[in-house]
Design a protein around this ligand. Sequence first.
Ligand code: HEC
Length: 107
Amino acid sequence: MKKQALVALAALALSAPAFAAKGNAEAGKAKAEPCKACHGESGSSATPDFPRIGGQHADYLAVALRHYKLGKRKNPIMAGQVANLSEKDMLDLAAWYASQAGLAIKY
Ligand code: HEC
């Protein structure tokens, strides 16, 4: 294999974690304290007014939070919730809710 190809491969391998950024669910649990009032204890809110976020894909949750923060997704309630969150906070929160039980169809 040519040297350039090896260098390119090494660069690719090193850059991979940037795309696969993962939050820490345990850290997210502590940060989720203020979210419980609306989204419930583990993300399964008791009323239809607030979406169930437990068991949702971590990437979906992280992107939703980022979009509220950037104003790409507009909701005055959630905009206030994410205003002071860092990227790490949002990844941790996403990891925590993703690790919780989601909706299941009962047969
Ligand atoms: C005061 C009530 C309230 C609090 C507190 C709150 N949320 Fe929300 N959340 C909402 C509402 C209402 C929506 C739906 C907004 C919309 O229609 O976009 C929502 C939507 C979301 C969504 C998008 C769900 C989806 O299915 O697309 C995520 C993710 C989320 N909240 C996470 C959080 C996190 C994490 C916290 C704590 C940092 C939090 N929320 C705190 C009320 C709240």
